[in-house]
Design a protein around this ligand. Structure first.
Ligand code: XBP
Ligand code: MG
Length: 265
């Protein structure tokens, strides 16, 4: 006999992507830092805003650099070491830019984190980005109390396979000691949604300027922003037809999980 489908799944944890989801890091943060690193190392390359959108198809800064240097005719040995040097410098520059406000928090993230805290729902991070700056970004943008609530921060340096591989989400779940059916991911990109869904998570996609044309067909809800005072959430796709409300809050996420989990079984 088929077990009855639960009408409500219990939301135990929310796992956040960082770049493009918690903060708008790419256009005025990472991209600019890559360009300044090129300049510092005396290289002629500069990544424009539009071109960077295509380069983002390769997740992870060092891999992005290696792939790009290959297109510039740089051989495998030289490009591996050059990408390492450039990436090291880029990370230092990015931290500096971030302290100067180049990677702002996306609207509503602090509100949602406070709601999750009030309900005792645990939070974690699953990102392709480097460990050297993620913790500092969280503390700088969210303050030490909110940043201290992230029980697991899994980065690109902790996994063998980057998104869209689900490894980063599976490791976050493992570190939380939480079942996929009780957790929900928040992502901004197609590869991110693929990673979260591959790990068996319900997934909310929050689009941004660089991911507006991504295919979010596998996301359980797609919005432009999660919304805050005076700026309601704008729904792009709602395949389960759940009630979203004026902003995406804990109730929305609970409904989303309840609708998505049976569909995933
Ligand atoms: C994030 C990325 C990152 C950043 C740069 O992907 O692709 O590479 O662009 O960070 P996602 P690093 O949001 O899907 O996790 O330079 O530290 O890699
Ligand atoms: Mg992202």
């Amino acid at each position: 006999m088929t077990p009855p489908i639960p009408s409500t799944a219990s939301l135990g944890a929310v796992i956040f992507d960082v770049d493009g989801t918690i903060a708008d890091t790419e256009r005025h943060g990472h991209r600019v830092a890559f360009n300044l690193a090129f300049e510092d190392l005396g290289l002629p390359y500069r990544w424009g805003e539009e071109e960077y959108g295509t380069l983002l198809e390769t997740p992870g800064g060092e891999h992005r650099l290696t792939g790009y240097l290959a297109t510039q005719g740089i051989g495998p040995v030289e490009r591996a070491s050059l990408a390492k040097d450039l990436h090291r410098r880029k990370q230092e520059i990015f931290l500096d830019l971030m302290h100067r406000g180049a990677a702002p928090l996306r609207p509503g993230v602090d509100r949602l984190l406070d709601e999750l805290e009030a309900e005792g729902i645990r939070v974690a991070v699953a990102t392709t980005a480097g460990r050297s700056w993620v913790g500092e970004l969280l503390t700088t943008l969210l303050g030490p109390r909110r940043a201290g609530r992230f029980e697991a921060v899994v980065t690109g340096e902790d996994v063998r396979a980057r998104k869209p591989d689900p490894e980063v989400y599976l490791l976050a779940l493992h570190r939380l000691g939480c079942a996929a059916a009780s957790a929900l991911a928040i992502e901004d990109s197609e590869v991110g949604v693929a990673a979260a869904k591959g790990a068996g998570l319900a997934c909310l996609a929050v689009r941004n300027g660089y991911t507006v044309s991504h295919d979010f067909v596998h996301a359980d809800l797609v919005v432009e922003d999660i919304g805050g005072p005076g700026a309601p959430a704008t729904v792009v796709a709602n395949p389960h037809g759940i009630g979203v409300g004026p902003v995406v809050g804990v109730q929305t996420l609970r409904r989303l999980l309840a609708a998505a989990v049976p569909a995933a079984r």
